[in-house]
Design a binder for this molecule. Structure first.
Ligand SMILES: Nc1ncnc2c1ncn2[C@@H]1O[C@H](COP(=O)(O)OP(=O)(O)O)[C@@H](O)[C@H]1O
Ligand SMILES: N[C@@H](CCOP(=O)(O)O)C(=O)O
Length: 315
């Protein structure tokens, strides 16, 4: 979505009295996104995005909000959370934890070229380096343990051949520990639809609500699987090379990362196959709900498993 929880103009206008951003002019539900309810909010003083958190525990939210504020301070183009008159980022609206952030300029580019991929690689490395000085710690909510648990939840919904594929990948990943690789704060969902372009420049990186501490290479793999694949899921070697070179210029890869790369690409593909399977087989109710195709990530995973000639990480 999605809008799972509606917000009325009257409720929002009353809520905004606790902020210093003027009076409400317009409120529009946003149909993109899958996990939270999002709205574009225009006030007499500016343009914002309102997010109502649907399922995440309230205690986990300050990590994301302070991370965005931290990265914005480090010059990265991320939404800045807006503090209310009590100096808090997080409030409550329609019974849900809620935040306002700045609305960033630009549009997603869904058919990126090598120049886009090079910038994305550089920005991701910048995000990882800036994250090193972020003091709060919270694990990746879609990390290795979640992947095992989610597989156990969805496998009974699958036909035999698909279940066998899933079981085989879970067994493979169980023998592989991402914690041996360099760790840090990862975005964990840096898909094309989470980046807004302002001409040739990155105008915004959004959707930090899957961020957490994990292997930095996992983030690179999530990003490569989305930005550098064709419609058939095959990797485009020129885009992969551009993204990895852009990244490595700021943070060179380690020998352990180079050895682990094929397995990490698989872990990253598995993570999105699983979440899409869960959303597909156990959908949540809502006013506008977007469900993404699990088949796309099953295919991507299969290709990464079969791949002989995966582009290597640069030295
Ligand atoms: N700060 C922002 N600035 C501009 N657009 C935004 C911003 N945050 C979200 N959006 C828009 O809302 C859509 C859904 O947001 P997203 O964070 O992906 O949803 P979800 O939280 O459900 O994953 C995005 O695709 C984008 O169009
Ligand atoms: N990027 C994920 C889904 C997460 O949704 P988002 O709208 O929060 O990016 C996917 O493609 O499965």
């Amino acid at each position: 979505m999605s809008v799972f929880t509606p917000v009325t103009d009257a409720d929002l206008a009353a809520w905004l009295k606790n902020y210093a951003i003027g009076r409400l002019d317009d409120l529009q539900g946003i149909s993109a996104g899958v996990q939270n309810s999002n709205f574009f909010v225009t006030t007499s003083l500016g343009r914002y995005v309102l997010t109502l958190f649907e399922t995440m525990p309230r205690a986990e939210l300050p990590f994301f909000l302070h991370l965005m504020a931290h990265l914005a301070r480090h010059g990265l183009p991320v939404p800045a959370p807006i503090a209310n008159r009590d100096n808090e980022y997080l409030g409550t609206l329609s019974g849900k934890p809620a935040v306002l952030v700045t609305r960033l300029a630009g549009r997603s580019v869904m058919e990126p070229g090598t120049a886009h991929c090079s910038r994305i690689g550089a920005m991701l490395a910048g995000l990882h380096l800036a994250g090193m000085s972020f003091g709060r710690k919270q694990g990746n909510a879609r990390g290795a343990e979640w992947r095992q648990d989610c597989a156990a939840r969805v496998r009974s919904h699958l036909p035999d051949d698909e279940r066998a594929e899933l079981d085989a990948e879970i067994a493979f990943q169980a023998g592989f520990d991402l914690r041996r690789l360099p760790q840090g704060v990862v975005h964990a969902d840096l898909f094309r639809d989470n980046v807004l372009w302002d001409g040739d420049f990155i105008g915004g990186v959004i959707d930090f609500y899957f961020a957490g501490v994990d292997a930095l290479l996992f983030d690179v793999a999530v990003t490569v699987n989305d930005w550098c694949a064709g419609a058939d899921g095959q990797l485009d070697t020129a885009r992969v090379a551009a993204l990895l070179a852009g990244y490595a210029e700021a943070r060179p890869f380690t020998a352990a990362e180079r050895a682990a790369w094929p397995a990490v690409l698989r872990a990253a593909a598995l993570r999105f196959w699983l979440s899409r399977l869960e959303d597909f087989h156990q959908p949540r109710a809502g006013e506008m709900v977007l469900v993404k195709d699990p088949g796309e990530y099953r295919r991507i995973l299969r290709l990464r498993v079969e791949a002989g000639g995966l582009p290597a990480l640069p030295l």
